[in-house]
Design a binder for this molecule. Structure first.
Ligand code: ARG
Length: 468
């Protein structure tokens, strides 16, 4: 006698049309609960607002509404206490919450989904989640700017080499260098604020695709959830994922910024540079070489940029060519977005920590400036200013002086007046004076420049603009 394998039971959510449940592999590819459980707080919040609206609009009875609200509170408490059992059979967070609501309050639970689809539900929950992520990011970025600014203020006048092509170009100040990052992070914050503003519209009430015949109040639910307004078009409401893409795009630019600073820290910590020191708290040793101190945190911030850019790419590719409106493809929006938020939070915190921990070795920074002829430009400028020499010609003279110093095996600033005059008789002792790097730095007072007097002002201005 052969025993028929028992078929999995049809879903309690749409069992009417189905005789049997999904195969094991269908269940594995289809279920999202393992990752979308992270939407639980937003899901319950949105359900409570929807329920309140249903009661106000007399779409469901007040008594059912009360039972649903209390039940949702209980579900939330259980999830937060870690006692909630997430079930793969219930696919996703939406059905897990509703399923357990049914266990807790019975029949009224079945009324919560009136005039709603998982399509507008997930779009709403996910928007709320990304909005929370943007709010958390704003706090992290402010702290990061504060850490940069604290160091910039402390070292507003500490001379250091400024590079182009990673070749020593001109002297700048540590404060000036760090303020460049303050500006970059400032733009990241402003992109995040723009994104938040644009995304802050409610999809709830879009239904599956075409709204509903029930007299819902989308303005009420939008307001209850802190959205500025309901989304204007129900088809757009359920199919738009621009907000997640935009979030990951700004996250990618931010991650690139962090990676650039991370790379500088790696370079600055390397032995030939030796510009900064990090303590035991942000470095690690080598298992073999006892003398090593490695900038692992900076290297990892640099590397994790790959995850963020990869996440943006992955969702762009998911969304490309999808017809309106919802397709299950879009369930693939969450993991990259969560990955982005987790990675950013960690990297921003690590960068802030490193900046607070960092000691600048001002002696090494000054020595590095003196190891290059950064004031060749000052001789050329002197000739332009004092002798009305056209800049191109003056550039040549300065170039010949650099060459002379090279042949003599000394630095430009070490050439004697006679040396200078052998190349250009018009050069005087005053011209020689402009070769001093510190003096040259003090003259870089143009707006946005590195002269300590400017940097001091710029720090105050940045503090006011970004942290005021
Ligand atoms: N878990 C689904 C997602 O994240 C929820 C929406 C499902 N909608 C549907 N029509 N199957 O996209």
């Amino acid at each position: 006698m052969s025993v028929k394998p028992s078929k999995p039971e049809a879903s309690t959510m749409w069992g009417g049309r189905f005789d049997a449940g999904p195969s094991e592999v269908m269940s594995r590819i289809n279920a999202s609960i393992d990752f979308d459980k992270r939407l639980y707080a937003q899901d319950i919040r949105a359900s409570k607002a929807h329920c309140e609206m249903l009661v106000r609009q007399k779409i469901i009875a007040a008594a059912d509404g009360t039972a649903i609200q209390a039940g949702l509170d209980k579900v939330l408490a259980e999830i937060e206490a870690g006692t909630f059992e997430f079930k793969t059979a219930l696919e996703d967070i939406h059905m897990n919450v509703e399923g357990h609501l049914k266990d807790l309050i019975g029949d009224p639970a079945g009324r919560l989904h009136t005039a709603r689809s998982r399509n507008d539900q997930v779009a709403t929950d996910f928007r709320l989640w990304v909005r929370d992520a943007l709010d958390a990011l704003e706090i992290g970025l402010r702290d990061l700017q504060a850490a940069l600014l604290d160091q910039a203020e402390k070292h507003f006048d500490a001379i250091m080499p400024g590079y182009t092509h990673l070749q020593t170009a001109q002297a700048v100040t540590v404060g000036h260098h760090l303020l460049a990052y303050v500006e970059m992070i400032g733009r990241d914050r402003s992109r995040a604020a723009d994104c938040r503003k644009r995304m802050n519209e409610s999809p709830l009430g879009s239904g599956a695709i075409a709204g509903t015949s029930f007299p819902i109040d989308r303005h009420f639910t939008a307001q209850a959830l802190g959205f500025d307004r309901p989304m204007a078009n129900s088809m757009d409401g359920v199919s738009d994922r621009d907000f997640a893409l935009e979030y990951m795009a700004l996250a990618s630019i931010l991650a690139v910024h962090l990676s650039r600073l991370a790379e500088e820290i790696v370079v600055w910590m390397s032995e030939p540079f030796g510009f900064v020191k990090l303590s035991d708290a942000f470095t690690s040793g080598s298992s073999m070489l006892p003398q090593k101190r490695n900038p692992d945190a900076a290297e990892l911030v640099r590397a994790k940029t790959g995850r963020v850019i990869g996440s943006l790419n992955s969702l762009l590719i998911v969304m490309k060519g999808l017809p309106l409106t919802y397709s299950k493809d879009m369930q693939e929006d969450k993991e990259p977005t969560f990955e982005t938020a987790d990675t950013l939070a960690l990297c921003v915190a690590a960068m802030t920590g490193m900046l607070k921990d960092m000691t600048f070795r001002t002696d090494r920074l000054a020595a590095a400036v003196n190891a290059a002829d950064t004031t060749a430009i000052d001789i050329a400028d002197w000739l332009v200013r004092e002798k009305s020499v056209p800049f191109r010609e003056a550039h040549h003279v300065a170039g010949r002086l650099v060459k002379l110093a090279e042949t003599k095996g000394c630095r430009l600033a070490q050439l004697s007046l006679a040396d200078l005059q052998s190349v250009e008789p018009g050069l005087t002792e005053a011209a020689r004076a402009v070769l001093d790097v510190n003096a040259a730095l003090q003259t870089r007072t143009s707006f946005g420049g590195p002269a300590p007097s400017r940097v001091k002002e710029a720090c105050a201005d940045a503090r006011e603009r970004f942290l005021g």
